[in-house]
Design a protein around this ligand. Structure first.
Ligand code: PAF
Length: 283
């Protein structure tokens, strides 16, 4: 596996492949890789001639400085995992490379309500930070396909919207959430859970599954209230939001009129670790 830390070296390496029409799959990450990321790498490998993974803990998408500071950084372990899973190229730039100090990031995109609800409401500025870095990474790598997990459903929707708005020449490939055996959605944040928190963390997905069973049987508002109460029965968990939204507009649903488009989304604190998950209610 080749490893680059500068944009110019990566571009130089990719140029000949691009010229020959080689298909490039791209998996952008913030590192602390787990099976979820590696599933994306393997899918990219199966669908493209060359797979590029980026590892960059993007400071401008963190609205909480403590979260940024505590974000796990495990580059040499990550590089080994990527190598073992057949990744061809690792791009791991530092902050100065991605955000040269003399330049201000231009940003002319508007996402309407997509970045105002749920994660957007509780993490102001987060999705602008994500969109800026993903656009920049796509410009650098010029991939044929880019792979994103559905665990970050709202992020995926916003990236699809950006690619559409800017007509970026890339295919966005949504990938199913990868879960631990007990149902907990894989996340780099899971490694920050204490043993007691890790034990109860699967409750989040269990309640999402039960909510799916109850879909259409209770009014939307009652189902949301039920789910929040049920999650918080465990005193280690605090629900930041539990929302039922439209799978495309992400707007909260008031009734089951468009039930085949309903997705339940939640963000839950276990101690100071914030986990998110979602389930398509009528899939
Ligand atoms: O999902 C992530 O890990 C990040 O938000 C991403 C897409 C790599 C952008 O920094």
């Amino acid at each position: 596996m080749k490893q680059f830390s500068t944009i110019s070296d990566l571009r130089y390496f990719l140029a000949s492949g691009h010229k020959k029409g080689v298909s490039v799959g791209f998996v952008p990450t913030m590192g602390a890789l787990h099976e979820g990321h590696l599933t994306l790498i393997r899918r990219s490998k199966a669908e493209n001639n060359l797979t590029v993974c980026s590892i960059f803990v993007n400071p401008i998408q963190f609205n909480n400085p403590e979260d940024l500071e505590k974000y796990p950084r495990t580059l040499s372990r990550d590089a080994k995992l990527l190598e073992e899973n057949g990744c061809d190229v690792l791009f791991a730039p530092d902050n100065a490379e991605m955000y040269p100090p003399e330049k201000k990031e231009p940003f002319g995109l508007e996402f309407g309500m997509l970045d105002k609800v749920m994660e957007g409401k509780f993490r102001p500025g987060h999705f602008k930070g994500v969109a800026i870095v993903v656009k920049k990474l796509i410009n650098i790598v010029q991939p044929t396909r880019a792979y994103f997990g559905k665990k970050d459903f709202q992020q995926l929707t916003i990236i699809q919207n950006m690619v559409h708005q800017l007509a970026l020449p890339v295919i966005i490939v949504p990938c199913e959430t990868v879960r631990e055996k007990d149902g907990l959605a894989m996340s780099s944040r899971n490694m920050r859970l204490t043993i007691a928190e890790r034990e109860i963390a699967p409750t989040i997905y269990q309640i999402l599954c039960k909510a799916k069973e109850k879909t259409g049987k209770l009014p939307v508002r009652e189902l949301k209230e039920w789910a929040i109460k049920k999650i918080q029965e465990n005193h280690l968990m605090r629900v930041e939001y539990f929302e039922i939204g439209d799978k495309e507009t992400l707007m909260p649903l008031e009734t089951w009129n468009f039930k085949n488009r309903a997705v339940a989304f939640t963000a839950v604190f276990l101690g100071d670790v914030r986990l998110i998950d979602n389930i398509e209610l009528f899939s």
